[in-house]
Design a protein around this ligand. Structure first.
Ligand SMILES: [Zn+2]
Length: 533
């Protein structure tokens, strides 16, 4: 058995917890959801990928399962994102999301503008996800029984709110929101009576701050989509309606007296349904200063997914245990480090590492898009090298790659190189910090200061470069520089720094032998002459 990603022991616990159900070959139901009230924040991807990974690994072990992801299109519209037409959409505040019109031609309604985008982001990850919409379940009567139970147990639910959160509901509060028959809003209505068949409700002008009710009062049969449960009650109701076995949630739901605790008690005490196996997960901290500032909201799933190939997006989300926060700074070193980590993990997977570690190999395997197909062993160019080559107008990417690999690239390697180059280029254009940006100087910096020792060493280097018997390639140039360094008895940085300085105007750069080999030998000799004469 392969083990050692955090997911494996979690699967072990699940197997133990649901041993009977698994024995009966009944599918384990995994669930997660997103209310489609705006662009889906990148933090939500963590839940999708954690649940998706659990589904993937259960399937890998032959355990039947179904990961249902809810696109919640029935909640009230309770906020106006900055990127929608404020005037146009203000009038829809308080309506069920699915009744709000789309502003994108391809999406059927307002929430699906965000739902379609989310699907587009999730699809390339290859996770087994079964998307469903909430509203049709209500309309089909699937929630009728739990609505009935909730209304009959209104007092018990009020007590649970009070006991868990300390913030009680008024004694005339019922756990239900009716869609107003007159104005179509759901966020503005309050149920004021329940006689076992009908609810009386009032659509109040000042019930909530973000929407205005029409003042209508009516009586309605609250089933088949005419009303919906408020979200903490609904959370528990969904567990029962869908038969959920496994569902985790983000840290914000787990504060003492928080929503998870309320939902768990309602589930057990009102609906008599066991709380699902839990996987709480920590925050995803997005640190892009430029991006956050310009948008005022952090980053959407789409924006971050666009920065990374799907395998790396998966790695970003699964490399840490769920109980550890994820820090993501696209304007710092997060992205280069992530690519390097991916390459390191692949060294363990393909046993290129002298002491391959099974846990790293396992993590690599879990990042793959098709878990049933062994990934091909590809030569990949390191992120930092690739980012350097792309900034050098005199270099051809494939030629340099073949030089570094030591042989021609295979077709698959060329494709992988092209894909990686696409992401690196984007990163350079949009967010790379200055330390990763290079420009080749047309001449050595005028203020370059060299002491006598350095001048002598560089002169010697120039003479050696002029020797035609020296093969003009990375390894031999590298060896030669070390030889000159030894012979001149000079500190390493005193010879390396000026080599970067005279071409890049900075103290550091890519591996120096390879770097010099990318230029014509004569150009190097001339440049060295210009600083040593
Ligand atoms: Zn109304």
């Amino acid at each position: 058995m392969t083990i050692m990603s955090w997911v494996d022991p979690v699967i072990g616990e699940i197997e133990e917890h649901f041993a009977e159900k698994i024995k009966r070959n009944e599918p384990l139901i995994i669930r997660d959801e997103k209310t489609l009230s705006g662009k889906v924040h990148i933090g939500s991807m963590r839940g999708i990928i954690i649940h998706g990974l659990i589904a993937q690994v259960l399937s890998e072990k032959g355990i039947e399962n179904d990961f249902k992801f809810e696109l919640n299109d029935f909640d009230p519209m309770d906020g106006l994102p900055v990127y929608v037409d404020q005037e146009e959409y203000k009038k829809h505040m308080g309506k069920p999301l699915f009744t709000v019109p789309s502003y994108k031609p391809r999406s059927e309604n307002y929430p699906m503008v965000f739902g379609d985008e989310l699907k587009e982001v999730v699809q390339p990850l290859g996770l087994p996800i079964d998307f469903y919409h909430l509203r049709p379940l209500y309309e089909a009567g699937k929630f009728n029984d739990v609505i009935f139970e909730a209304l009959n147990n209104a007092e018990k639910i009020r007590t649970i709110y009070l006991e868990v959160s300390g913030g009680g509901k008024p004694s005339d509060w019922y756990p239900l929101s009716v869609v107003c028959e007159k104005c179509g809003k759901i966020g503005t209505t309050q149920v004021i009576d329940w006689d076992g068949k009908f609810v009386k409700y009032a659509c109040k002008p000042d019930y909530v701050e973000w929407a205005e009710g029409c003042g209508y009062e009516g009586q309605i049969n609250p089933f088949d989509g005419a009303a919906k449960l408020p979200w903490k009650v609904e959370w528990a109701a969904k567990w029962k309606v869908l038969g959920v076995d496994i569902e985790g949630a983000g840290k914000d739901h787990y504060a003492a007296g928080g929503s998870r605790e309320i939902a768990a008690r309602i589930s057990e005490e009102v609906f008599h349904y066991p709380t699902p196996f839990d996987i709480p997960y920590e925050f995803f901290n997005f640190k892009g200063k430029k991006m956050s500032a310009s948008k005022g909201l952090g980053a959407s799933s789409k924006e971050v997914a666009d920065m990374l190939p799907p395998t790396l997006l998966k790695l970003l989300m699964i490399r840490k245990k769920p109980n550890q926060p994820i820090e993501f700074d696209p304007e710092g070193k997060t992205i280069p480090n992530l690519f390097d980590e991916y390459d390191r993990l692949s060294d363990h997977y393909f046993k290129r590492h002298p002491e391959p570690f099974e846990g790293f190999a396992r993590t690599f395997q879990l990042t793959q898009i098709n878990p049933y197909e062994p990934p091909p062993d590809l030569w990949q160019m390191r992120f930092t090298v690739l980012s350097f080559v792309l900034q050098m107008p005199h270099l051809d990417l494939e030629t340099e790659a073949a030089k570094l690999k030591g042989s021609a690239l295979t077709k698959a390697e060329k494709e992988a190189l092209k894909e990686r180059a696409f992401y690196v280029r984007q990163w350079l254009e949009n967010c790379a910090p200055d330390e990763f940006k290079y420009t080749i100087l047309t001449e050595a910096p005028a203020d370059l200061e060299l002491d006598e020792e350095q001048v002598n060493a560089l002169k010697k280097l120039k003479d050696e470069f002029s020797d035609e018997s020296l093969e003009w390639e990375g390894a031999s140039i590298h060896e030669l520089i070390h030889k000159v360094k030894e012979e001149s008895e000079i500190e390493p940085q005193k010879i390396f720094q000026p080599l970067y300085q005279i071409f890049l105007g900075r103290d550091r750069g890519p591996q120096v032998g390879w770097f010099l080999s990318t230029f014509e030998r004569e150009d190097i000799i001339h440049r060295l002459e210009s600083v040593t004469d």
